[in-house]
Each structure stands twice: as structure tokens, then as C-alpha cells.
Design a protein around this ligand. Structure first.
Ligand SMILES: NC(=O)c1ccc[n+]([C@@H]2O[C@H](COP(=O)([O-])OP(=O)(O)OC[C@H]3O[C@@H](n4cnc5c(N)ncnc54)[C@H](O)[C@@H]3O)[C@@H](O)[C@H]2O)c1
Length: 378
């Protein structure tokens, strides 16, 4: 983590009382002392927003009733927020992110970026024009051993990549009566055109791309909703073709009873393979032809610079979800600091382009599935 002068002033849209990921973003932002939460429009009504702001100790005049008021109010202050985190349901990502970028704020937005590829491209253009930093919290790419896997695969340690398998298994949407967080996720007007595909499939796709650097060339997909009456997919299986001939399999589900947050990635090359699992994230399995299996451990021997930089504790003291999330936040802070010094940094955090790629992936999969699994060019 490079040197910095003072914490960045952070404002949050969404993430009120009882929300899930907003609190994780706040922990992640706080972990390395790189941000200070100064303002929020935290909920869907002015009353709930202000109550949530008060609970977090925000100054009353900076606990706004709406995101529009927040952007205007913080823009007008000399000590206004510099970075806006967007942690609302998906349908608000586009209007809030676009307005924030156009107003000159740096943005950290949760996934999936927006509902449509047209929106994603408009947002990407706005980011290019404003020259601001824009990150998408594909947080699984923040795990040290995922960064290790990336370094090994891209460094050719596995030889030529032949096959990639990404799996994301959950069971919490198996019944259709799961409550508030399920309600918006299964409502196309708020979730967007994809269900499990957008919610967790985009994470899996980004992980494949982050680790391997392979470019998707075509996809053949089947989407299903097992819960009767559900408007969006709760299960999806995809075959992938990559430029250069590698093949992939990506499967995601939210109706697999008993599965919690079981995200797995396996990469098979001509000389070896790597396997990683989010529920045991401090171990990376490395297999080579005709050699004993190696278990690479976070903080342990034999790791490269990328993994070491993303690690805070010695080996054996588990690090996990919040620390990985914090690596995204800290990467963004490093990039903002570098730009302020007039320097360029290789961004290891997912950018707006990764967000666009995720939305494109969603659209191509939907197209393929709507045509009975036809191979659809990327
Ligand atoms: N990166 C990850 O691992 C991860 C995990 C979970 C969720 N997410 C993403 O984060 C986002 C939020 O998901 P969640 O599970 O926390 O949802 P949630 O329902 O728990 O929380 C959403 C919050 O947004 C607030 N909100 C709604 N409308 C608002 C408005 N107009 N203005 C301000 N706030 C408003 C709600 O009051 C609530 O506080 C989604 O885009 C989701 O896909 C990402």
C-alpha cells in the first residue's frame, strides 16, 4: 500500500439499516484508513435515510434524504465528498453513477454495473470524458490467492490454458418467500433482465477474466427458474469458447439447498492446474504433471508480489471477505493518489470496462438462452 496524505472523503448511496453489502463497503473502506465516511443518502425514503445516517454518526446536514440532494450538497461544499459508493439495488446504479461521474466524483459501484449494454457504454463514455476513477466491486478479485493465481496463469506457469471451470453455488433463493433482499433480486424492474446470472454469474465471469485474461468469443446458455412464478432465472449453465481455443464451463445457481457462498474456480493448462474455493480462500491448490500436489497458503512461502501486497496478516490467521473487499477499496485509493501525483498505476481493481464486460456477458447469455442455447458470438 503506497503512502497517502489524508483519508479520502467518502459518501454512500444505499447501505441503510438492515442492508447487506453497504456495511461491508464501510468496513472495507475503513480497514486501511484510506477513507472517511462523511455523507450518505442511505435508504429509499428521506426518513429512513436520515435514521440510518444518524445511526452511523453522520452530521445531520450531510445525511441526505435523496441521492440527488447528496450529489448537489456535496458538490457545493469545499470539503465535499470525493468518492461516491453506490450500494443500492441494481436499477439505481445507472442514474446515480452517471450523475456522480458527470459531477466529477470518483465512483465505486456494486455489480452488476447496470441493466443494459447501452447504459453500460454510456457510463463508460462518461467516465472517459470526466477522467475520474470508476471501480466495480467484483470483490472476489481482491483475494490474495486469486491474485496469486492470476500471476501464475498469466506468467505461463500452467502452460497453455485449455479449460476453465467457474462455479457459483447458492441455495438461499430456493423457495420464493425469502424476504426483502430476494424481492428486488427477483423483480426485473429492479434487478434487471437477469436473476442469478446477473447477481452471481457476473462475479464468476469477472473472476475467469481477471485470472486468465482469456477473451470470450462465444457462449451457449440455458437459464431456468425453478421456483414457480419467478420472473427471472434462479439457475444458469453456460458453455464458453475463448479466443485461441480454450474452453470453459460456468454454472451458477441460487436454488441449490445447502450451498452457502460456494464460488469455485479451476484453471487447467497444458502443464498444470489451479483450483480455489471462496469458502476456503486461504488455500490455492496447484497441481503439476507428475509431481506431488502443492497447497499454496495465503501469507505462506512461494507467493508472488501481487498476493503479498494484498495480504495483511501472517499465514494461519485467516483473512477473507472483508479483507478482499478492502483490497478493492485500497486499490482505488492508491489509484486516486497516483493520479493526484501525476503518475499512472496499473489498476488491479475492476474498472468500468470490467463492469461493461459483465453486462455484455449477461446480454449474450440471455440471447443464447432465448434461442434454446444457440452458440452466440461475443
Ligand atoms: N459485491 C458483492 O459481493 C455483493 C454482495 C451483495 C450485494 N451486492 C450488490 O450490492 C447492491 C445492494 O445489494 P444488497 O444485498 O446490499 O441489497 P439490500 O436490499 O440489502 O440493500 C439495498 C439498500 O439500498 C437502499 N436503497 C433503495 N433505494 C434507495 C434510494 N433510492 N436511495 C438510497 N438508497 C436506496 C435500501 O434502503 C437498502 O438500504 C446490489 O447491486 C447487489 O447486486 C454485491
Amino acid at each position: 500500500m503506497s503512502g497517502y496524505e489524508r483519508p479520502l472523503r467518502l459518501a454512500m448511496v444505499g447501505g441503510g439499516k438492515d442492508a447487506f453489502i453497504g456495511a461491508v463497503h464501510r468496513h472495507a473502506a475503513a480497514l486501511d484508513g484510506r477513507y472517511q465516511l462523511v455523507a450518505g443518502a442511505l435508504s429509499s425514503t428521506p426518513e429512513r435515510s436520515r435514521a440510518s445516517g444518524e445511526a452511523l454518526g453522520l452530521a445531520p446536514e450531510r445525511s441526505y434524504g435523496s441521492w440527488q440532494d447528496l450529489l448537489a450538497g456535496e458538490k457545493a461544499r469545499e470539503d465535499g465528498a470525493e468518492v461516491i459508493s453506490i450500494v443500492t439495488p441494481n436499477h439505481l446504479h445507472f442514474p446515480v453513477a452517471l450523475a456522480a461521474v458527470q459531477a466529477g466524483f470518483h465512483v465505486i459501484c456494486d455489480k452488476p454495473l447496470v441493466h443494459t449494454l447501452a447504459q453500460a457504454q454510456e457510463l463508460e463514455q462518461a467516465v472517459q470524458q470526466s477522467g475520474t476513477v470508476f471501480a466495480v466491486t467484483y470483490n472476489y478479485s481482491g483475494y490474495p490467492l486469486i491474485r496469486q493465481a492470476r500471476e501464475m496463469v498469466r506468467g505461463g506457469v500452467l502452460g497453455e490454458v485449455r479449460k476453465v471451470i467457474a462455479e457459483y453455488h447458492q441455495g438461499w433463493l430456493a423457495t420464493g418467500s425469502e424476504g426483502k433482499q430476494a424481492d428486488w433480486r427477483t423483480d426485473p424492474s429492479r434487478s434487471g433482465p437477469a436473476g442469478a446470472l446477473g447477481d452471481i454469474g457476473t462475479h464468476a465471469e469477472q473472476l475467469v477474466s481477471f485470472v486468465t485474461g482469456l477473451e470470450l468469443s462465444a457462449v451457449a446458455a440455458e437459464l431456468t427458474h425453478f421456483v414457480p412464478g419467478r420472473a427471472l432465472d434462479d439457475d444458469a449453465s453456460m458453455l464458453l469458447r475463448f479466443a485461441g481455443g480454450a474452453k470453459g464451463l460456468l454454472t451458477v445457481s441460487q436454488i441449490e439447498i445447502g450451498r452457502e457462498n460456494d464460488l469455485r474456480l479451476s484453471v487447467f493448462g497444458s502443464r498444470g492446474s489451479l483450483s480455489w474455493c471462496q469458502e476456503n480462500p486461504n488455500v490455492l491448490i496447484y497441481d503439476q504433471l507428475a509431481a506431488p500436489r502443492q497447497l499454496l497458503t495465503r501469507g505462506g512461502p512461494g507467493l508472488g508480489a501481487a498476493a503479498q501486497q494484498a495480504t495483511r496478516l501472517p499465514a494461519g490467521h485467516p483473512e477473507a471477505f472483508i479483507e478482499a473487499f478492502a483490497n478493492i477499496y485500497t486499490g482505488v485509493a492508491d489509484d486516486i493518489a497516483a493520479r493526484q501525483r501525476g503518475e499512472q498505476l496499473e489498476a488491479l481493481y475492476p474498472t468500468v470496462q470490467d463492469g461493461v464486460q459483465g453486462v455484455k456477458f449477461m446480454e449474450r447469455v440471455l440471447e443464447s438462452a432465448a434461442d434454446d442455447g444457440r452458440w452466440t458470438a461475443f
